[in-house]
Design a protein around this ligand. Structure first.
Ligand code: SF4
Ligand code: SF4
Length: 347
């Protein structure tokens, strides 16, 4: 059974301030050695999104790593879809606007898969060759900060998703998204034609009053499932499960390098329906719950999911997306990445 530490978002006194709890969580980290290069992996938010992890929490992690003599850097990878994080230049500008720069964080921000997402190491796992971002693979230890929230293709996203998708190069992402090419529901379509412009692969076309997806071109990026306001693009259970299994396999590939040198903090705040890749953040589904920390990526995601369901009194992610996000947790446990059984310790 894994230990998961929890700090409630309820903070009636200054001594309970949430950023201080991040310090307490970090004091449980004992694997950072002097001169270690420490990758702090987080999603720094798409331009226009406001739900991502607040910079003050991240700064606390950076400062702790320095007290141990480690050399931290903030990191993430480029995206597959259009937006303001598709290459390292755009991402660094977006990160700076969102509050993450060397001057605000006290450490460099490095886009781990290079200028165009091609800098990778190929790691073998379960018979698959996974493209993982080079700067992450080359680090000595890994701290994963995850905003726990809904996700249109995985039900929800936490530590496993952050590892699997977030630490991979473009090739690694393509392999995962190949499993998630959407279907099109003609009955819902009002032929507004917006999808013809927002598909980054140019895979959507119109002919004779009908929309078509060219699956040879489609990368499965999911942009159309988010951006079509009529909900015409959708995933079946089978597609969503296959996608989540690939995310978990990729997460396992990343973790192989950091078996005894990884730590996870999940932020159950601003629990929005969709992920921080969106250029907007809808109002949260429920009130803030708090912050969790663990050395076990599976346990922390299961504990996060359970807390959300407890507060919402239902699987609110399933209600929003119709996707069972527990598949990623089950698959990660099957891959021996961690365990679903956990004990929660409140700090
Ligand atoms: S964006 Fe949606 S509603 Fe508009 S044409 Fe495309 S599929 Fe139809
Ligand atoms: S059709 Fe949809 S999932 Fe496929 S590439 Fe275009 S936007 Fe992405």
């Amino acid at each position: 059974m894994a230990d998961v530490y929890f700090k409630s978002a309820s903070t009636p006194y200054a001594k309970d301030a949430l950023h201080l709890s991040v310090e307490k969580f970090m004091k449980k980290v004992d694997f950072i050695e002097k001169e270690d290069i420490v990758a702090i992996k987080l999603h720094m938010g798409e331009l226009g999104n406001t739900g991502y992890i607040r910079p003050i929490f991240v700064r606390k992690v950076v400062d702790f790593v320095k007290t141990k003599g480690g050399k931290p850097f903030l990191t993430d990878t480029t995206t597959l879809y259009g937006g303001k994080r598709g290459n390292a230049v755009d991402y660094l500008i977006t990160a700076s606007i969102n509050g993450f720069s060397i001057s605000s964080m006290g450490c460099p921000v490095i886009i781990a898969d290079g200028l165009f997402g091609r800098e990778e190491e190929i790691l073998s796992i379960e018979g698959h060759e996974i493209g993982v971002a080079k700067a992450i693979v080359e680090a000595d230890s890994l701290i994963v900060l995850s905003h726990f929230k809904g996700h249109g293709m995985a039900g929800f996203g936490g530590a496993i998703k952050n590892l699997g998708m977030g630490c991979c190069s473009k090739n690694g992402k393509i392999w995962q998204h190949e499993a998630s090419k959407p279907l099109y529901d003609e009955a819902k379509c009002i032929l507004c034609m917006k999808c013809l412009t927002f598909c980054p692969a140019g895979a959507i076309s119109e002919d004779n009053g009908k929309i078509f997806i060219e699956y040879e071109k489609c990368t499965g990026c999911g942009a159309c499932t988010v951006l079509c306001e009529e909900g015409c693009f959708y995933l079946t259970d089978e597609i969503a499960e296959k996608f989540q299994r690939r995310v978990a396999i990729s997460a396992k590939a990343v973790l192989k390098k950091f078996l005894e040198k990884s730590y996870f903090i999940n932020f159950l705040m601003d629990i929005t329906p969709r992920c921080d890749c969106c250029s907007f953040a809808d109002k949260p589904l429920i009130n803030d719950i708090g912050i969790l920390a663990s050395t076990d990526a599976v346990a922390i995601d299961k504990a996060s999911y359970d807390l959300v369901c407890d507060v919402a009194k239902k699987d609110i992610f399933y209600e929003v997306h119709g996707i069972n996000g527990l598949v990623q947790i089950e698959e990660a446990e099957n891959l021996l990445m961690g365990e679903r059984e956990y004990e929660l310790f409140e700090i």
